[in-house]
Design a protein around this ligand. Structure first.
Ligand SMILES: [Zn+2]
Length: 149
């Protein structure tokens, strides 16, 4: 597969700092980037594989999505969708918790899954939520076996 990729240089992608977020414009990185974005080879935080954060992707990240300029993509294209799924599943667990605390407390399977997702989160560049980890641990310790077991 690799061999088929032609090594043809892409057209240069000019930097337009006027489209950056305010925080980006205030930062020191302005001068480091120069007039054009250039492809950066990064290492995936989750699987450690090398991947390219292309000049075009950088332009989109900083000028269209207005991400802070010091932010780099930390996940490869394979791990990124996994992060989206993880975030989504965590969101569903949290909203279920908000709706139905009693039900979640009695559901060790959901609690174990919640703990698993929280443990995986930092590998995907997500903040470790210590308060929530502690809460899920407490709930798991207190979770009673189902009444009809
Ligand atoms: Zn990866």
């Amino acid at each position: 597969m690799r061999k088929r990729r032609k090594k043809r240089p892409d057209p240069p992608v000019p930097v337009d700092t006027s489209r950056w977020s305010q925080a980006s414009r205030r930062s020191m990185t302005c001068e480091l980037i120069g007039d054009h974005y250039s492809d950066r080879t990064l290492s995936c935080r989750n699987c450690r594989n090398a991947f390219v954060f292309s000049a075009q992707q950088q332009r989109e990240t900083y000028e269209v999505r207005k991400a802070y300029i010091a932010q780099q993509r930390c996940l490869c294209p394979q791990c990124w969708p996994q992060r989206l799924r993880l975030v989504d599943e965590l969101k569903r667990l949290r909203s279920r918790w908000a709706r139905d605390r009693a039900g979640v407390k009695r559901d060790p399977q959901a609690l174990r899954r919640w703990r698993e997702l929280l443990a995986q989160a930092p590998r995907y560049g997500l903040r470790r939520d210590r308060a929530q980890c502690a809460m899920v641990e407490r709930l798991l310790a207190a979770a009673l076996p189902p009444v009809d077991a």
